[in-house]
Design a protein around this ligand. Structure first.
Ligand SMILES: [Fe+2]
Length: 377
């Protein structure tokens, strides 16, 4: 038996204005430090129903550490929201999911957020995600990533109950995304679509989302890189990124994310940068386990980027976007990389991404992919 889980997705021009039609009285707006200084919090406030009160929790870090949660939670509890509005990138949305769960259930810790425990959320509040990047897919998933600063690792938390009630996809919120974040988050979305499609838990619903996501992103990302302010291509990539999120949320990610979380945590690389550079290497590794599926995906990439194999096409597409082609290109020093190799392999092998990858892999395989990715092809 399978489920297809999705928030209600509101998309298109002026999608943010949908907030005014919801029965919101007290909104906790969760955003990050950078966005707090922009017009975003005011735009969200302006879209709330008349008379609604709001509190901005605006000091969420990028890939937030566990230690931040206590302070955020105190603020939230003091305000007693009836809705959480996560407005920002993946870190803000992931933080809102965790705060929502712990506000609903003060007796829990983050480690209780697992699919194995029925949490009984939504007795006091609801959760809305308004992404301001196009890539993490967090607005459409029931996962949240938290970094553990002392252990230099990332915790992958998951529960169907932290899936947002609404995902609001408004392209006007992503037009000012800087090129570096546009590139990294789009690379992440491409990785989500490819990993979901190759997952051993793939199913017809996740396949449909992955195929369309890859098509929308690969057809429109060049236009976005060339004209970042163009609402049309931005909107298509924005929708594609959420579809990629729905895809992996309903089938699982794989080895790219296992290796990417490990590389990102060890060398403090942004998530999309790490998974984007690793994606073609893992696709090469996996190819013989699912050749027909990868060949089918390859046909969805526009002819100008399409090579003989999916990994060739991805190299070409990601190269156009300016994604690093190797770990060295991403700025990691060779000696530090070599001395961290055991840690990289151990962290990757503990990731949930190992479970559903189309090809089984042992520590030697992971080490070989990491070594190959250092200098590239
Ligand atoms: Fe990702």
């Amino acid at each position: 038996m399978w489920f297809f889980r999705s928030p209600q997705v509101v998309f298109g021009d002026e999608a943010l204005s949908y907030l005014s039609s919801l029965p919101i009285r007290r909104a906790a707006i969760i955003t990050d430090r950078y966005l707090l200084g922009t017009e975003l919090p005011e735009r969200v406030r302006g879209a709330l129903p008349e008379g609604a009160e709001s509190l901005a929790v605006g000091d969420v870090s990028a890939e937030p550490p566990l230690s931040e949660m206590t302070a955020h939670l105190e603020k939230v509890r003091g305000f007693s929201p009836d809705w959480f509005v996560a407005a920002g990138g993946g870190s803000s949305i992931d933080t809102a999911k965790i705060l929502f769960a712990l506000y609903e259930r003060p007796d829990l810790t983050v480690y209780d957020i697992t699919p194995l425990v029925q949490l009984g959320l939504r007795t006091k509040s609801r959760l809305i995600a308004v992404p301001t990047t196009s890539g993490t897919g967090s607005e459409c998933t029931w996962a949240a990533v938290l970094s553990e600063e002392n252990e230099k690792r990332k915790h992958e938390l998951a529960s169907p109950e932290i899936l947002p009630d609404y995902a609001i996809l408004d392209p006007s919120l992503v037009v000012s995304l800087p090129p570096e974040q546009t590139r990294n988050t789009a690379a992440d979305a491409v990785a989500h679509a490819v990993e979901a499609y190759g997952s051993t838990w793939h199913n017809p619903f996740s396949d449909a989302m992955a195929e369309k996501a890859l098509e929308l992103i690969s057809e429109n990302i060049e236009g976005v890189m060339r004209d970042p302010g163009g609402l049309g291509p931005r909107g298509q990539v924005h929708i594609g990124a959420s579809m990629a999120g729905l895809s992996f949320s309903n089938s699982q990610i794989g080895l790219v994310h296992a290796l990417g979380h490990s590389l990102g945590a060890t060398f403090k690389l942004p998530h999309g940068k790490a998974v984007g550079l690793l994606l073609p290497y893992v696709v090469d590794f996996n190819y013989d386990a699912c050749p027909e599926r990868y060949d089918r995906l390859n046909l969805l990439i526009p002819p100008k980027y399409r090579g003989r194999r999916l990994s060739d096409s991805l190299r070409s597409l990601l190269g156009m976007m300016g994604v690093a082609r190797s770990v060295r290109d991403a700025g990691v020093e060779e000696s530090a990389y070599a001395s961290s190799m055991d840690t990289l392999v151990t962290l990757a092998s503990e990731s949930t991404g190992m479970v559903t990858n189309p090809k089984d892999s042992g520590s030697e395989d992971l080490r070989n992919i990491f070594i190959k990715a250092f200098d590239g092809d």
